[in-house]
Design a protein around this ligand. Sequence first.
Ligand code: NDP
Length: 338
Amino acid sequence: NKQVIFKDYVPGVLKESDMYITTSTIKLKVPEDCTNGVLVKNLYLSCDPYMRNRMRNFQGSYISPLKPGSPISGRGVAKVLDSRHPDYKKGDFIWGMTGWEEYSLITATETLFKIHDKDVPLSYYIGILGMPGLTAYAGFYEICSPKKGEFVFISAASGAVGQLVGQFAKLLGCYVVGSAGSKDKVDLLKNKFGFDDAFNYKEELDLDAALKRYFPDGIDIYFENVGGKMLDAVVLNMRVRGRISVCGMVSQYNLEQPEGVHNLMHLVPKRIHMEGFLVHDFFHLFPKYLDMVLPYIKQGKIVYVEDIAEGLENAPAALTGLFAGRNIGKQVVAVSHE
Ligand code: NDP
């Protein structure tokens, strides 16, 4: 059983060498004393920015740190090979928390979902039909209270979450601009996802001036994925009673000391509502979300771009690549295609 092991807690920038590949043996049967255990073959693994924060020895978080010397845990799509759980049988496809390894014995089965609709790529269940999809949905509709015609700005806009927020906002009739870190990503935002406009933030010396160019009348909704300097510039450009949905701050995850944000006093006179959220609080909306998004996917009204790294041995590079912006779209690792 090939595995990706997390070496030890990581200060500063996450590197590929903070993980290593090893091989162990595993019996492809659920042990008799493992009530409710499910043995799976992992097909697709998700690389998510929050995983870096589990590589710190920080106990106060909403999610526990990874255990040094153990396989990395994360969301994946898998096929059931053997089961002692009444809800899962051999041959079922599932998604949920699994391990960065070829085969996993899953005992925390409350995190698993059975896959019923297989007309779409299975990898979508760790992207548009999984946690990032629900994040975009809850973070936009529940946190931002969006209305037709509003001006929406999204950072890390071509990523797993951002590309969906932009498409949801366009379907609602908003004016949507995204920022991303390369020309290819900007082209994708404008030509594939239908954003009204987009810019490469790395080419802008003055982010405040860039935002004034794209939003001369200001921003109603900011979907925050990056934090730091971008947040500082956005606050200056928000309209009165604007909403900021704080989904994440990926620019800060590899820093030992988070950057200071200086312009928050503007929230007061502009009466801005700024709210952080965790997707975990919105899993009850999952059925409603799937009812909305599956038809959109099948009708081609929403598209989803994935960046698929082939093979478990490429998983460390895929994960570290998130923080260098190497992924174009949702970063997935294909362990096996069936
Ligand atoms: P992405 O697919 O967007 O990948 C991360 C992207 O972040 C990179 O491709 C890169 O894009 C950008 N990035 C990396 N480093 C920096 C930096 N220093 N400055 C600016 N941009 C940077 O990831 P996701 O869509 O999965 O996640 C997006 C955000 O949503 C993250 O902050 C994540 O933590 C958060 N999240 C929050 C959840 C919640 O429950 N609140 C759930 C899921 C995700 P580029 O090339 O454009 O710079």
